[in-house]
Design a protein around this ligand. Sequence first.
Ligand SMILES: *[C@@H]1O[C@H](CO)[C@@H](O)[C@H](O)[C@H]1NC(C)=O
Ligand SMILES: *[C@@H]1O[C@H](CO)[C@@H](O)[C@H](O)[C@H]1NC(C)=O
Ligand SMILES: *[C@@H]1O[C@H](CO)[C@@H](O)[C@H](O)[C@H]1NC(C)=O
Ligand SMILES: *[C@@H]1O[C@H](CO)[C@@H](O)[C@H](O)[C@H]1NC(C)=O
Ligand SMILES: *[C@@H]1O[C@H](CO)[C@@H](O)[C@H](O)[C@H]1NC(C)=O
Ligand SMILES: *[C@@H]1O[C@H](CO)[C@@H](O)[C@H](O)[C@H]1NC(C)=O
Length: 463
Amino acid sequence: MKFSKSLLSGALLAQVASAINLDTNSYDSIKSAAKLVAADLANGFWDPYSVNGVPFPTYYWWLHGGILGTFVNYWAMTGDDTYNSNVTVGWLRGVSPSLDLQPDEQSFSEGNDDQGIWSIMSMEATERVFPETDAQKTMGAGFLEITQTVQNLQARRWDNATCGGGLRWQINSANSGYLYKNTISNGLFFQMNARLARYTGNATYANWANTTYQWMRSTKIIGDDFYINDGAFVPDCTKFSTQRWTYNYGTVLAGVAAMYNFTDGDAYWKQQIDSVLQATFATFFDSATGAIKEIQCQDSNTCNNDQPSFKGYLVRWMSYTAQVAPYTYAQIMPKLIANAQLAAATCTGQPGGNVCGLKWNIGAQWDGKYGLGEELSAMEIIQHIAPSVAPVGYVFSANNGGISKSNPGAMGTQAGIHDRNSDYLPYRLPNYTITLADRVGAAIITIVIIVVLGVGARFTMIH
Ligand SMILES: *[C@@H]1O[C@H](CO)[C@@H](O)[C@H](O)[C@H]1NC(C)=O
Ligand SMILES: *[C@@H]1O[C@H](CO)[C@@H](O)[C@H](O)[C@H]1NC(C)=O
Ligand SMILES: *[C@@H]1O[C@H](CO)[C@@H](O)[C@H](O)[C@H]1NC(C)=O
Ligand SMILES: *[C@@H]1O[C@H](CO)[C@@H](O)[C@H](O)[C@H]1NC(C)=O
Ligand SMILES: *[C@@H]1O[C@H](CO)[C@@H](O)[C@H](O)[C@H]1NC(C)=O
Ligand SMILES: *[C@@H]1O[C@H](CO)[C@@H](O)[C@H](O)[C@H]1NC(C)=O
């Protein structure tokens, strides 16, 4: 075939003009926009058959848990099941033959936060009644039972010996992060317990949620003004990393919202929701544009490969809050709609002409960033406004629509290979030998910079 000059320039023009049009009042438009971003995320940054689930060594395994949650939400918000079978593959790869979200190849550097992000993904799949396959059920890898497994394992890691409680960041005591009790590990454990309590009605989970929350308040990891630190150092948790990250606020918000719902509207938990929500708005919502900003790294262009996804989790958990604490819907949804519009306007980047940026506050232009987190965050903000125009986005519970099997005593196989290998076989890594690079490259990245100032030390933790 021969292209005429005018056809060619027409094609070029079309590519330049390509963008994501979003009419926030139209469910069809929201679905079309989400579908374009989903394709860019799936084609560019997701391979459920690869070791880390993300096909580049610069992205780590925990982000695969983030991606799977985003695609669970995609199905729930749009009804499009194109990606469901790959969600199942990715899920079983992460669950691993030991049924505990601790695959051998991640075992060295996996932190409580990495396992926590995956377990929140499975809680989401549980609440949204994401389809479970027969093989998954037979082998004991249903969504609820694996969340319960992680709860049981992490509850045993609760560490009273330092800081009066809390989870350490790292599981493996050889890693430097073992000396840090970070907010995201504890905040995910809190959220997991609160959502398990709401979903199952089991008070044991509510007690754990309350214990974890009271510990975060009493250490001042969550400050009296509800500004949330990144974490605190053992042995006494009086030294903090004071950086502010969207996902830390988001995980605390979703947890207090689940507790509010579990307690049928208890005034204490309502007060916590209102305070965390106000601190979130004040910290991350740009006053000029209303755009959510990752204040620690966005303007300075210093975000690493993990951080651009954090806004996506905040959005996810704000949306969850609007569902289980419906009185917040009128505060939350207009802000999400405004951000969906702002984010979609940035989706003019290359390759393909629909790539979204991280800077939702700079108007209708792409910031030149092509990355996993940028796509994930844009996809979450766009799809999470669907409940404003369509009857979607509900979260179910065991006595109201939920069907995932409960197994409160589940503990995985305690690092053993479970005995139903024939079910698991298709999901195992083919002839894979674990390398040191895999082990050190698994987790939310750790760089601890210790700057000694005159008296004492200031700690900066960069995730
Ligand atoms: C599922 O994953 C495989 C392997 O990465 C890929 O070839 C395929 O295109 C994916 N399917 C969809 C619908 O994205
Ligand atoms: C930690 O301490 C709390 C109260 O201080 C107690 O209830 C709990 O059982 C202890 N947990 C462990 C694992 O020892
Ligand atoms: C939560 O813990 C606090 C402090 O330990 C206690 O006063 C309160 O009664 C607990 N609330 C619930 C709902 O268990
Ligand atoms: C708990 O969540 C359900 C489902 O979203 C909602 O209908 C109910 O009103 C919530 N309860 C409270 C006290 O807001
Ligand atoms: C509630 O959860 C706890 C902790 O996992 C478990 O031991 C207990 O059996 C559960 N109770 C019910 C009724 O499921
Ligand atoms: C992979 O492992 C299988 C079974 O252990 C073996 O039969 C096969 O030869 C191996 N393939 C490669 C390429 O090593």
